[in-house]
Write a protein that binds this ligand. Structure first.
Ligand code: C6P
Length: 400
């Protein structure tokens, strides 16, 4: 669907039509997003929030309009709860550093899950090391289902935060956020949700969910690289110290003491990625025009179709068999190394990701070095799934 809006898809790779199945790494961008960004540079480029001139005013207004657009898109109560960052990774690092400095003390605990991306593990390890706290891990079972019934037993009076992914980028599992958040909140513990793999596939309402923080990247939802969002509830963001110092985040700077700007500017030091923020706004327009439910329905069809076909291949092992998944299939075939499978697929024009997908604990769970991962977006077709299957049938015998 809507392939005509994505000119990049219309090309040959090694004399084969490109089949782009690496959407969990990054989606392609519709023309409207690219044009919004080039239009900004061609007609409006200027620094925001400071210039007293026409271009600066226009750029500031457009930048702030996207903040309100994001607020509505994810159902936040206030636009000042939307902080623009470089992406999910920076959003999580911001919370780990700032919340960690304010609320983590020696002997405290942070809970993450076994299926987290490294971006939702390492920042917490660093924060714990700095503060003398420790990380506790909620496991998943062999189908890739989080053992949420064990969460309560991990929580105690030392737990300061639960950080969990909405969707596993490797297994595709959609986690029961409502249950996780309810359990944590019963213990008065805030929850950070890594929405990197959720935002493009599931309608989000952060107030209905009740999460305290929600993080995502524009580039996984048809938007540009280099920009993302941290949503944080006002009551938390207000109490958290600045993450970075610099222009924009201050109220008064004196050598005998500096005061900080109000939300969200306290967390937006320096010149932001204005064109990228406008591109994010355009990506939200695209998703809303198509409809998040329509995107999800189409992807679910591709997921079911691909899973059924893959299962027909001799020696196929699919990792991640939760009943509720997004459009991600991770697999291994026979003894073939995932890297070899990926390389040969590439020679046939098929782009997949191979390796540990920045989730080494998931690989350790299964005792494997990595997987081959195919992931689908709105513009993928059943014919492309057929191409993948045909290619696998050709190359698997070659790899013994
Ligand atoms: N996963 C993938 O191929 P950034 O790089 O900041 O935009 O997103 C990091 C990130 C955080 N959490 C999850 C669940 C993710 O999937 C990702 C990015 C990509 O799976 C690149 S490693």
């Amino acid at each position: 669907m809507h392939r005509e809006l994505f000119p990049i898809l219309d090309q040959q790779v090694y004399n084969h039509p490109l089949v782009y199945l690496d959407n969990a790494a990054t989606t392609q961008k519709p023309l409207s997003v690219v044009e919004t960004m080039s239009d900004y540079y061609l007609h409006q480029n200027s620094n925001i929030h400071r210039g007293a001139h026409h271009l600066a005013e226009q750029a500031t207004e457009r930048y702030e309009a996207v903040r309100r657009q994001v607020q509505q898109f994810i159902g936040a109560a206030h636009s000042h709860e939307i902080v623009f960052t470089r992406g999910t990774t920076e959003s999580i690092n911001l919370v780990a550093a700032s919340f960690g400095q304010q609320f983590l003390r020696a002997g405290d605990e942070v809970v993450v899950s076994e299926m987290e991306h490294h971006s939702n593990i390492v920042p917490w390890q660093l924060a714990c090391q700095r503060q003398g706290a420790r990380l506790r891990v909620l496991p998943f079972d062999d189908d890739g289902i989080l053992q949420v019934d064990q969460l309560a037993s991990l929580l105690n009076e030392h737990t300061r935060l639960v950080a969990v992914t909405q969707v596993s980028n490797t297994l595709g599992t959609v986690n029961p956020l409502q249950e996780i958040i309810a359990t944590a909140h019963q213990h008065h513990i805030p929850v950070l949700v890594d929405g990197a793999q959720g935002i493009a596939h599931i309608p989000i309402d952060v107030q209905a969910l009740g999460c305290d923080f929600y993080c995502f990247s524009a580039h996984k939802m048809y938007g540009p690289m280099g920009v993302g969002v941290l949503y944080g509830r006002e009551e938390w963001l207000d109490q958290m110290p600045p993450y970075q110092g610099g222009g924009e985040m201050i109220k008064e700077v004196r050598f005998d003491g500096t005061t900080y700007n109000e939300l969200p500017f306290k967390f937006e030091a320096g010149t932001p990625a204005v064109a990228e923020v406008l591109g994010l706004g355009s990506a939200i327009d695209f998703m809303q025009q198509v409809g998040v439910e329509t995107i999800a329905r189409h992807e679910q069809e591709l997921l079911a179709y691909a899973t059924a076909q893959l299962q027909q291949i001799d020696g196929m092992r699919i990792f991640g068999n939760a009943p509720h998944k997004t459009s991600v299939v991770s697999f291994l075939v026979g003894d073939a190394h995932p890297y070899d499978v990926g390389t040969l697929l590439d020679k046939l024009g098929i782009a997949v990701r191979t390796g540990h997908h920045c989730t080494q604990p998931v690989m350790d769970h299964y005792g494997i070095p990595g997987t081959v991962r195919a992931s689908f977006a709105i513009y993928n077709t059943k014919e492309e799934v057929d191409e993948l299957i045909r290619a696998l049938e050709r190359i698997v015998p070659m790899l013994g």
